[in-house]
Design a protein around this ligand. Structure first.
Ligand SMILES: Cc1cc2nc3c(=O)[nH]c(=O)nc-3n(C[C@H](O)[C@H](O)[C@H](O)COP(=O)(O)OP(=O)(O)OC[C@H]3O[C@@H](n4cnc5c(N)ncnc54)[C@H](O)[C@@H]3O)c2cc1C
Length: 421
């Protein structure tokens, strides 16, 4: 699309991935974008920084994407960063049971017909094809069902596949997690074949993949990016937003201008009175250890029978992720780090290697709680104000809180604004 001459400005509040997706869509269409971000850096819950204790750049959390994340891939294409995802050529997920040191590799075949479930060499050990077929019940679960209601919460398939995969996808314990949200993830990934479920990780880090190229893209298109600008209030007049209030500054919104509120749920609820939004959140815990993985260590290993859920092997670092980690948020650091290090050592076969420099990162409100009740609180993008549109992983995307959901919400908000321009 060519530039839109003298088109009214669009004000995007929040430079997480939802806001960046909306801003880059609109700037790419030639719209004049003003982007406001409360923090001194963009990225929101996708942040990277140089950690001097580790001597490396780390992410606030290890982020996993899948090849089926079409909006995320289109976003990377748009900002010129398609090559910023790494991962295996085929769909492989390595696992390790810490109790027995048993290791296996899940290898779904690329196509839609899931013949891999009939192959002992490709499926999870101690499971049968029937276990997977019974898992299809998840796809037909009602809106109030939890994952544990829909799937029999015991047995090898539960312990070795559903639990590690779905707890991390939903960041919510499975006895309270929405079966409908889990089904949405399964339908788009494994349900669409191994090619769709191929694991992808940002490379070399989250900011380099998803944030810095977006800021360059916006800068090159004349967007006005204001970091350290926390929106304190929206001023409304009849059915529209009339002004943005930043404490020290006020921005008038002309009648033909629009505002995309891409702040997190708790912030949006305060700013836009009367909107519904999730009220409960769940934590994610990451531990980064400055130890290079031995050659051949899989990019990620699902861990069964320990505290760790996934161990990621980056070039100079081994990192642990634990989702739905609210119970662990106050844990005493050093003891806990030691425990996790022993697990990492076992997974990566490091023998008695001493614990290296490490960093524990706790994200208390990492995602909204993906329960049926919280899912019902998620609003659509439209609001009762004609020039105010919502975006964020917590809006009703049909997915749990993920990069893919955040980007889809930003794209949807941009499309709505585009239509009303
Ligand atoms: C540790 C961790 C691990 C994760 N792992 C994965 C994963 O493996 N795969 C996956 O797909 N997803 C994962 N996620 C989820 C993913 O990071 C989020 O879904 C996504 O980043 C949310 O983007 P967002 O733009 O909706 O929200 P945010 O990133 O929260 O962005 C909102 C922005 O608005 C700003 N803001 C807030 N209030 C104001 C205000 N008043 N004025 C101006 N600006 C404001 C904030 O500073 C923030 O930058 C993980 C999240 C965490 C925290």
């Amino acid at each position: 699309m060519g530039p839109v001459v003298n088109a009214p400005r669009v004000h995007v509040v929040g430079a997480g991935l939802a806001g960046l997706a909306a801003a880059t869509q609109l700037a790419g269409q030639g719209r004049t974008v003003v982007l406001y971000e409360a923090a001194r850096m963009a990225g929101g819950r996708c942040r990277s920084w140089f950690d001097s204790a580790l001597g490396a750049t780390i992410d606030n959390g290890n982020h996993l994407l899948l090849a089926c994340n079409r909006a995320a891939l289109a976003y990377l294409d748009r900002i010129g960063a398609r090559d910023a995802l790494a991962g295996p050529q085929a769909c492989v997920f390595d696992f390790c049971d810490l109790r027995s040191d048993e290791r296996w590799r899940l290898r779904p075949n690329p196509g839609r017909a899931p013949w891999w479930i009939f192959s002992k060499a490709r499926r999870t050990p101690h499971t049968s094809a029937g276990d997977y077929l019974r898992g299809g019940k998840l796809l037909f679960a009602g809106a109030d069902a939890t994952v544990a209601d829909a799937l029999a919460p015991h047995g090898a398939l539960w312990d070795r596949l559903w639990k590690p995969v779905l707890v991390s996808a939903l960041n919510t314990k499975l006895d309270e997690a929405s079966a409908r949200l889990a089904a949405a993830v399964v339908r788009e990934s494994l349900g669409a074949g191994g090619a769709a479920a191929r694991p992808r990780v940002p490379h070399p880090d989250l900011a380099a993949a998803f944030v810095a190229p977006a800021l360059s893209f916006l800068g090159a298109r004349g967007a006005d990016i204001r970091l350290g600008a926390r929106l304190r209030g929206l001023q409304f007049e009849a059915d529209r937003v009339r002004a943005l209030e930043f404490g020290d500054a006020r921005v008038e919104i002309a009648p033909d201008e629009s505002v995309i509120l891409a702040a997190p749920a708790w912030s949006a609820r305060e700013l836009a009175p009367g909107i519904t939004a999730p009220t409960e959140h769940r934590a994610i815990f990451n531990a980064h250890f400055a130890h290079a993985p031995p050659p051949g260590t899989p990019l990620l290993t699902g861990v069964v029978g320990g505290l760790s859920e996934w161990v990621f092997a980056f070039p100079e670092r081994l990192s642990v992720t634990i989702s739905a980690a609210d119970d662990l948020i106050e844990t005493e650091s050093e003891d806990f780090a030691e425990k996790l290090w022993r697990e990492v050592r076992a997974v990566a076969r490091l023998g008695e290697a001493r614990m290296p420099a490490h960093r524990l990162v706790r994200e208390k409100r990492a995602t909204f709680a993906a329960t049926p009740a919280q899912d019902r609180l998620r609003p659509g993008a439209r609001t009762r104000w004609r020039n105010l549109v919502l975006a964020g992983d917590w809006t009703q995307t049909g997915l749990p809180a993920t990069i893919e959901g955040a980007i889809r919400s930003g794209d949807a908000a941009a499309a709505l604004v585009g239509r009303t321009a």
